[in-house]
Design a protein around this ligand. Structure first.
Ligand SMILES: *Cc1c(COP(=O)(O)O)cnc(C)c1O
Length: 355
């Protein structure tokens, strides 16, 4: 069997949820478990995050799977429904649906679901992705209150730059102006806003990435934020090559040795979810020592510089990211964010679970 494994650490998930709780002590926590819990496994993550007050995701099938597994907490569908026929299962299984535009609202108004559906009216306050124009809130609420299929109502918006320079104030002001005097539960904060902007916490916070132990910020590490990586991707060296000056490695010969060196071949490639764009120099651990990748990532293999690692041999342990090497660092080197790495882990990688 290929030696690649992904290990999911439930204790780390619990630890990170506690960290979220300490940062937002007065809010309820809706743990975001979309995209198979950012690659960590939906059922496993829901179990480890048992202390969260609710769950949020995008995929109706996954929400129904959680109900089949006995999940009783509120489950929020972050994009609501995509067609009228989804309203029946949403109502029957007590899911909460975002309503973000006029078409969805019209579908809901025409529907006669078996039970009233709890809804979250989503306002666009500057992200310009989903949501009613904030200034339309009164009209939307009026229609939801008169809608026979709609039950409890809450409000939400989503921040465009809580992790960046613009911050949240500009959107928060629009949200507050639009919802002044509206006494409904409110949810605004993703991980970045939860960690940096207490004024945005409100009734429900919606952390995702921080629960998985990665940082939402380009300029602050997960470790500094007190988070622990929940996913560790490991493999082994399956070959070691001695290079002489002028020898190159891998497709396209993008790396050429300028001195004698040793190169380890790692059983991990882009078909496992490792980013093909990670260039020479991306950090990697071999036999517990930090080194760099070399050359181009192939479908099933990549290269590590093991020149300075005397014990490195076939069978030596490799950590691609996780404990000992943050996915944030690997992502930054590959020009992406840890979110993309975590949810890209492919089906063929066997998963093990640490309690
Ligand atoms: C994904 C998502 C979140 C979680 O964001 P993180 O940056 O992972 O904390 C929160 N709210 C909405 C609407 C989302 O789509």
């Amino acid at each position: 069997m290929r030696p690649i494994r992904v290990r999911i650490d439930s204790a780390a998930l619990r630890h990170n949820l506690d960290a979220a709780r300490r940062r937002a002590p007065r809010s309820r926590i809706c743990a975001v478990v979309k995209a198979n819990a950012y690659g960590h496994g939906l059922a496993r993550a829901a179990r480890a995050l048992a202390a969260a007050d609710g769950l949020a995701l995008i995929e109706l099938e996954a929400a129904l799977e959680l109900r089949r597994l006995g999940e009783r907490r509120p489950i929020l569908l972050l994009q609501g429904f995509f067609s009228p026929d989804e309203l029946e299962p949403i109502a029957a299984h007590g899911l909460t649906a975002v309503v973000h535009d006029a078409e969805q609202l019209a579908i809901l108004e025409r529907a006669r679901p078996p039970k009233k559906i709890a809804v979250v009216a989503k306002l666009n306050t500057g992200m310009n992705r989903l949501g009613f124009p904030a200034e339309d809130l009164r009209g939307v609420l009026e229609r939801l209150r008169n809608c026979p299929g709609a039950g409890a109502i809450a409000l939400m918006t989503h921040f465009a730059d809580a992790d960046g320079k613009r911050g949240v104030r500009w959107q928060l002001e629009r949200f507050e102006a639009a919802s002044a005097g509206v006494d409904l539960p409110k949810s605004l904060a993703n991980s970045a806003a939860l960690l940096r902007y207490p004024e945005a916490h409100k009734d429900w916070v919606r952390p995702g990435i921080m629960l998985y132990g990665c940082s939402p910020f380009p300029d602050e590490s997960a470790e500094k934020l007190g988070l622990k990586p929940a996913m560790t991707l490991t493999s082994e060296l399956i070959a070691v090559k001695e290079l002489r000056p002028g020898d190159c490695v891998g497709y396209g010969c993008t790396f050429t040795a300028d001195a004698r060196m040793r190169v380890g071949v790692v059983a991990c490639g882009y078909a496992d979810g490792y980013p093909r764009h990670a260039p020479t120099g991306t950090p990697i651990l071999v036999a517990g020592k930090r080194t760099r990748t070399l050359g181009r990532v192939a479908m099933d293999m990549l290269f590590a510089d093991v020149s300075g690692i005397s014990g490195a041999e076939v069978g030596s342990a490799v950590t691609l990211w996780g404990e000992g090497l943050s996915a944030d660092e690997v992502a930054a080197s590959a020009g992406t964010v840890s979110y993309e790495l975590l949810c890209a882990i492919s089906q063929r990688v066997p998963v093990s679970e640490a309690p």
